[in-house]
Ligand binder design. Sequence first.
Ligand code: GTP
Length: 535
Amino acid sequence: MVFNWFRRQNNDSSDTQQQETPPVTESQPEPDATSTPSPTVSDSTADLLAFAKAAYKNIQEKQKPQEAEATTELADVQLPVETTEVEEEVTAEAETIQSPVVGTTVTEVLETIPTPEIEVANEEVQEIIATTQQDVESEPEPVESETTSPTTLSFLERAAAEREAKQERLIASAIEVPEPEVVQPVAATTSETASEIDGISFDEGFVWSAEVLAAQGRRAEDISIEEITWLKKLRQGLDKTRRNILNQLKAIVGQGPLNQEAVTEIEALLLQADVGVEATDYIISALQKKLREEVTPPEEAIAYLKKILRDMLDAPLKTSHKASFAPDKDSLNIWLITGVNGAGKTTTIGKISHLAQQSGYRCLIGAADTFRAAAVEQVKVWGTRSGVEVIANPGKNTDPAAVVFDAIAAAQSRNTELLLVDTAGRLQNKKNLMDELSKIRRIIDKKAPDAKIESLLVLDATLGQNGLRQAEVFSQAAQLSGVVLTKLDGTAKGGVALAVVQQLGLPIRFIGAGEGIEDLRPFSSYEFVEALLSG
Ligand SMILES: Nc1nc2c(ncn2[C@@H]2O[C@H](COP(=O)(O)OP(=O)(O)OP(=O)(O)O)[C@@H](O)[C@H]2O)c(=O)[nH]1
């Protein structure tokens, strides 16, 4: 079954019937303003940890077939041919204790559960591991036979028998240790195997990502490594913005009803994160209203703030903009990608075409950036990477509108479902270039009247507020329907997402947080706000 990245669900028969599925943000139940929505798991740390572990195990299971051959080979090389049963048992036990499912040591897993019993259990497990490892390592020769009578036992045999007895005692005492999701390791060296199989560790970032997906109603068995990797990346990308605002914000809202001084401090924080004056005013007054009514502990105040931000980010979806913008199957969807020079248009096209391929759409790219010599070559490279064909006109000074015309004709004849149109970067004050963009839009409307059209403005988040000035002119020329916010990685101006929505009234459709092909995903207000404000 193919996972549809645009809809965030598996493609099934409902897909072909063009059913509108609720976006991620709408699936979040909001029992009250201050609690984190979580329909599938309770808020307890233990439940969330169990959910994360189940998700991890599931990912590992899915990866097993690919890894099986390699790990079997590894096992063949590392295990001596004449290994006796005694040795095998000891080794297997050592490995089992060392490596629960999740590609991490028991210590690491247990470290995430800060209860006194677990800590005690942890020490016991460490002792077992240490003793067992010592025994395994100190074994000089394989034992030939288990059936020799006690009187004729050699030193090594006696040692093996003692070790076996000791092992049994240790295992018996280890019964009380919670052994979550223990799987049989295939290779001899479990730590190596775990990292080879998974390529992702069971760390705090994994647990956070799994929690965010759980809160959106996702089941542990449906969570993929790509989703986890993306969320970790998004959170990492927003690190700078988060670090700048979160601690100070907690300190301020924790003081109770906001006084003028606190309001000024929060305003300054939000403005520094490029949230913009308008959005900041809105946030402050909503927060103040709440805090005037009741004394709110810091965590609750932050949860309330998260809700305010989510509502702001989702506001455009409640007006004329459709919540789900996923391309319809079996019909033509055209996405026009515009923006100033260097905003990340071509890269975005490459990443979206990759998502489209992965999601099972027939996709095509129209290379209508005929202004810059290398642009067509650049988009072709992305086409090759994602396995999507590019329609281009190799001639010099080609009219981009003519390329768009050809690309639509090609898309129509090939039953393409998603045509992505790359355009040249242009400044909003260059009238001729903006007229050219209007012409491209007219061609699309005329040549493909039945197509579902998205007109997306690519904005570079590192420009913060400065980037927004372009939007109005683009909006007129290209009839914008949404925004792609790129380069969220490494900027302290992540708050610009709120300014975009508040000032432009446009929904954010995608966010980019890196230069790689996987580093762009459909926007989810829930994920964004969690990544921004979860400490
Ligand atoms: N760090 C980071 N870099 C990005 C991201 N998106 C794009 N870039 C980089 O931004 C630079 C410009 O990207 P392009 O896709 O060429 O931008 P463009 O808008 O097509 O540029 P023009 O064709 O000149 O208008 C490239 O070096 C990209 O790798 C992102 O999300 N994060």
